[in-house]
Structures are given as structure tokens and as C-alpha cells.
Design a protein around this ligand. Structure first.
Ligand SMILES: N[C@@H](CCC(=O)N[C@@H](CSC=O)C(=O)NCC(=O)O)C(=O)O
Length: 279
């Protein structure tokens, strides 16, 4: 059962925050939705946004400015939190890039994380079921996008589930998590030392086996400090896409950083990219 935390009218639709008891994550989870005005008349397509490290369901909802264009396009936005919270797992709050706020959209297989950190299954299975059961949506029409860690999550969810997500895009995604320090730390902690198991959550590896039906859109700022650090590696994803003939629009933007100012600049184009496929 969903518990409504708050709701506000926005561009003729409604922004709402919910919490609920998650079977998959074995405890409380939170998410935000934007219901466009069209949902008062007919079921609408759903667009999931997966957020980055340190984020909750609030960052995108408050900072990206997506509601105006979602209202124009008749798209419902669904924004899950980035991890379970307050699990009592020792060390959960110690690092900003692991544990709370850093679930990395994987199903953990290692104790103690595996009891609660099942973000892949939560996003792909449980959350869509809840959305379909509680909102005026067409569950056959789903798209997914995300930022940074969430861009990685969106690419992985779409590449592994081409039958569920008709469209996918990302802002500054972590494209090759098995070969950057953020991804290596997270995968070692959640999945263990067997690097072979990590590949199921690496978009650059996955696209070699599972092409997406439609072109993928990625925007990347050239002044993004995490690009220079080697955390994002869009060039590796582009090379893999080129190798298998996966259509990819990768746009590199001089001057833009990793922030929500960058996301807000290009959000309209992303929502419209999805709406064209979903309608
Ligand atoms: N350590 C810093 C940086 C955290 C940060 O930049 N987080 C990004 C996502 S990074 C990749 O997943 C983010 O979206 N932050 C939220 C925001 O509202 O900007 C820190 O702890 O701040």
C-alpha cells in the first residue's frame, strides 16, 4: 500500500511523494511521481528517471524542471530513491559513493547488503507493478532515463529489458562501471570479487550482446569533472555501439558540468525524445 507524503499541483498536473513497504528491498522505499493533466482523462505513458550518487527522489523532482514539458507531452514521471535508507547495516552512511544514496541499481549478492539493496529488481519489477496498480498509466508504454549513476542504471535496465522499455536516454552516465573507481567500489561491495558477475551491470559490455531497438540519446558536458576523472567514459560506450551497429546520439557540450543546471538545460529534449516513441 502506498502512503502519500505530500502533493502539489504543478502545470495542471500533480507532483506527489510516496513511501511504501517494499517486498523486494525488504523495508521502506520512497519515490516521487508527476501526473500530467492528461492522466485525468486517459492512461498515459510512464518515464522513469534514475538519479545519481547522493540523490533521493527529491533532487530531480525539485531541480530538473521536467514537469512543464511532461505536462505538455502527457508523460507521467516516476523518480525512485537511489537506495534503501536506515537499514541498520553497519557503514551504510560512511561513504557518499556506497551505501545510502548509492544503490547503483544492482541486486546485491553479498552480505549484509543483499538483504536490502535490491535496486535493480525494485526498479524493473516492483515499482512498475505499483505504478500500474495505483495510477492512470499505460504500463505497455515505458521509457527510462537517468543521470550519472542513474544514467548507468537506465542504460542497464533498458539493455537488459528491451521488451519493457521502448526508449532510453541519459545525462552524463557512468558508461563502463566495471572500469572506473566508482563502479569498481560499488560492484566489489554489492556483488563480490568475481568480475564476471559485474558485466551484467555494465552498459558497455551489455550493448555488445543486447542491442536496444531504437537509438539511444546521451548528453555529456565537457566541463564535467567526473568526465576528466574517468568515471563516465562515454567514448567506450560509443565504441561498443559502433562495433555492433547500435544507433547512438552522443552529444558533447562544451562548458557544461555535471550539475542539475546541465540537466535542466537539456531536459526538454530528453522528455520529447521519449514522448515521440511512447505516443
Ligand atoms: N561528493 C559530492 C558529489 C556528489 C554528486 O555530484 N552527485 C551528483 C551525481 S554524481 C553521480 O552519480 C548529483 O546528482 N548530486 C545531487 C545534486 O542535486 O546535484 C557531494 O556529496 O555533493
Amino acid at each position: 500500500m502506498l502512503e502519500l507524503v505530500s502533493e502539489s499541483i504543478c502545470f495542471g498536473g500533480k507532483v506527489s511523494f510516496y513511501r511504501h513497504s517494499s517486498k523486494t528491498c525488504n523495508g521502506e522505499m520512497k519515490f516521487a511521481v508527476y501526473e500530467p493533466p492528461q492522466a485525468q482523462k486517459h492512461p498515459v505513458p510512464i518515464l522513469y528517471f534514475l538519479s545519481g550518487l547522493t540523490c533521493s527522489e527529491e533532487n530531480f523532482t525539485v531541480k530538473a524542471g521536467a514537469q512543464r514539458v511532461a505536462a505538455e507531452c502527457g508523460i507521467m514521471l516516476v523518480v525512485p530513491d537511489t537506495s534503501p535508507r536506515h537499514t541498520g547495516i553497519p557503514g551504510e552512511e560512511h561513504d557518499w559513493d556506497f551505501g545510502s544514496g548509492a544503490g547503483f541499481y544492482v541486486d546485491a549478492t553479498v552480505d549484509p547488503w543483499k538483504q536490502r539493496y535490491q535496486m535493480y529488481s525494485y526498479v524493473v519489477d516492483e515499482l512498475p507493478g505499483l505504478i500500474a496498480a495505483n495510477f492512470a498509466v499505460n504500463p505497455e508504454k515505458q521509457g527510462i532515463f537517468g543521470h550519472s549513476m542513474g544514467g548507468h542504471g537506465a542504460l542497464v535496465c533498458a539493455l537488459r529489458n528491451g521488451d519493457r522499455y521502448a526508449s532510453v536516454s541519459a545525462f552524463a552516465p557512468i558508461c563502463a562501471p566495471t572500469s572506473c573507481s566508482w563502479g569498481e567500489k560499488a560492484f566489489r561491495g554489492y556483488l563480490g570479487e568475481n568480475r564476471g558477475l559485474w558485466r551484467a551491470y555494465d552498459a558497455t559490455e551489455l550493448v555488445l550482446e543486447n542491442r536496444h531497438d531504437r537509438p539511444i540519446l546521451i548528453d555529456q558536458g565537457l566541463a564535467d569533472p567526473f568526465l576528466a576523472q574517468g568515471q563516465l567514459q562515454p567514448e567506450k560506450f560509443r565504441e561498443a555501439c559502433d562495433r555492433v551497429g547500435q544507433p547512438l546520439t552522443l552529444r558533447m557540450h562544451p562548458g557544461y558540468d555535471h550539475s542539475y543546471y546541465f540537466i535542466a538545460t537539456f531536459i526538454e529534449e530528453h522528455v520529447k525524445f521519449h514522448a515521440e516513441v511512447l505516443y
